[in-house]
Design a protein around this ligand. Structure first.
Ligand SMILES: C[S@@+](CC[C@H](N)C(=O)[O-])C[C@H]1O[C@@H](n2cnc3c(N)ncnc32)[C@H](O)[C@@H]1O
Length: 228
C-alpha cells in the first residue's frame, strides 16, 4: 500500500460542488493548515529567501482560501518588509472565498487562472501549498521548470509526504477535529497522491533543476526549496 501514487480525483476538485460547500471546505482546509503547523516551513523559507531585502514580489499558486498569503502579509508587516503578494488559482470559486476572508488593507491580489500564463512577471518568490500532488508527473515537471525560470530569489513547494503513518494518523485527527467530510476524505486521498523524497529527486533531475533541497516537516509535510 502507498507504494505507488494514487490517481483518484479529490472531491473538492469536482466542478459541480455547490459554491457554499466549496467555501466550507476551504474554510476547514485553512483550519487544517493551522492545526498541522503548515505555515511554518513556508515562513522559514521566506526568512532565508527574502533575506535583507526591503521589498519582495511573491506568487502563490493555488491559493485556495488565501490563508497562506494572509500569514505572509503578517510576517512581512512584522519585519517592516514591503510585500506585493499575488495569488492565482484555477478554480474560479477560490477568488470569492479568499476575498471574503481577507481584510482589504492587506497587500494581496487574487486572480483566477493558470499559473503558466503568469510568465515574465519578475517574481522574486514563487510558492505553493498542497498543490503539487494535484498535478500529474508531467505537469509537475513543467511547474518546476516554470519556477526555476521565473523566481529570481527562490521557490518553495509545501506539500504532503506519502507515508503510512500520516495516512493512518490523519483520519483520526480529522474525525476528532470534526472537519468537513470532504476535508476528511480528501486529506487521506491527498496523502496517497503525494510524492516521496526519492520521487522528488527524480522529478528535479528530469526538470533540470540543481541545488534544490527536499525536507520532511513534522507532522505531514514534505517540502522542496530552492534558494539562489
Ligand atoms: C488543495 S487546494 C490548496 C489550497 C491552499 N493552497 C491550501 O494550502 O489550503 C489546491 C488548489 O490548487 C489549484 N490549482 C491546481 N492547479 C493549478 C494551476 N495550474 N494554476 C493555478 N491553480 C491551480 C486548485 O484550483 C486548488 O484550489
Amino acid at each position: 500500500m502507498l507504494e505507488k501514487r494514487l490517481e483518484t480525483e479529490e472531491l473538492m476538485d469536482d466542478p459541480n460542488l455547490p459554491e457554499e460547500t466549496y467555501h466550507e471546505v476551504l474554510a476547514d482546509l485553512a483550519k487544517v493548515n493551522r492545526v498541522t503547523m503548515a505555515y511554518r516551513p513556508t515562513l522559514q523559507f521566506l526568512e532565508r529567501a527574502v533575506g535583507n531585502r526591503k521589498s519582495f514580489k511573491l506568487l502563490d499558486v493555488g491559493y485556495g482560501q488565501g490563508d497562506m498569503l494572509r500569514e505572509i502579509a503578517k510576517w512581512a508587516k512584522a519585519r517592516g518588509i514591503e510585500a506585493e503578494l499575488v495569488g492565482v488559482d484555477l478554480n474560479p470559486r477560490s477568488e470569492a472565498a479568499a476575498k471574503a476572508a481577507t481584510p482589504r488593507d492587506l497587500p494581496i491580489t487574487y486572480r483566477t487562472g493558470d499559473y503558466a500564463d503568469l510568465i515574465d512577471n519578475r517574481w522574486d518568490v514563487v510558492i505553493s501549498s498542497l498543490v503539487a500532488h494535484h498535478m500529474s508527473h508531467d505537469e509537475l515537471v513543467l511547474f518546476l521548470r516554470f519556477m526555476e525560470a521565473e523566481a529570481r530569489a527562490g521557490w518553495f513547494i509545501n506539500d504532503l509526504n506519502r507515508h503510512a503513518l500520516s495516512h493512518a494518523g490523519y483520519p483520526v485527527l480529522a474525525t476528532l477535529a470534526r472537519w468537513h467530510p470532504i476535508v476528511r476524505a480528501d486529506g487521506r486521498t491527498s496523502i496517497a497522491r503525494s510524492y516521496r523524497p526519492d520521487e522528488w529527486q527524480a522529478l528535479l533531475t528530469e526538470a533540470g533543476v540543481t541545488g534544490a533541497e527536499v525536507q520532511r516537516v513534522f507532522p505531514f509535510r514534505l517540502c522542496v526549496s530552492r534558494i539562489r
